[in-house]
Design a protein around this ligand. Structure first.
Ligand code: MG
Ligand code: FE
Length: 169
């Protein structure tokens, strides 16, 4: 086993931990966005994709014979910060959730691009093509969030304005 293969195994385990965090981030948000049905639908779709990504990664880890004992906690801490952040700003959870999700997707994209380059270097084309497939799903999710962001923001602001004038009456 070469140094490069060790690194790839380690990074695959990091990606696996990241997808577990993505699962809890997405399922934690689902109940807070009922008033935004398109966002809710897309988040639930990505939750399903994320579960499937985790399984595809598990198959890569198994095929490469990489142990799961070395999983690190770095990504988990990052997500905890993101989740706490949305709690700090009462009332705009939807907007903060979109912000956190968009940032998270880009961390995923970077992780997979790095892994893809590493697999290319090592000549592991089977793992590389799985990672490219997963990376495309992350890119599509990031693009969807980017496109939806202005409308979600407008909708949130209009909604809270209406709630305020309702409360004053
Ligand atoms: Mg993912
Ligand atoms: Fe994702």
């Amino acid at each position: 086993m070469t140094h490069i293969d060790d690194r790839i195994n380690e990074w695959l385990l990091d990606a696996h931990a990241m997808e577990e965090q993505a699962e809890s981030l997405l399922s934690g948000q689902a109940h807070r966005i009922e008033s935004y049905p398109e966002l809710e639908r897309r988040m639930n779709q990505h939750l399903e994709e994320t579960r499937s990504q985790r399984k595809r990664l598990e198959a890569c880890i198994e095929r490469r014979g990489a142990s799961r004992s070395a999983t690190k906690d770095v990504i988990g801490k990052f997500t905890a910060i993101m989740q706490n952040m949305s709690g700090l700003f009462a009332g705009d959870e939807v907007v903060k959730g979109v912000l956190a999700s968009y940032a998270f997707e880009h961390m995923e994209i970077a992780s997979y691009r790095i892994l893809i380059a590493a697999c290319e270097t090592a000549g592991d084309h089977e793992t590389k093509s799985v990672l490219e497939e997963i990376c495309r799903e992350e890119e599509q999710m990031a693009q969807w969030l980017s496109d939806a962001m202005p409308e979600i923001t407008r909708s949130h602001l209009t909604r809270s304005e209406a709630d305020l004038s309702e409360a004053k009456r």
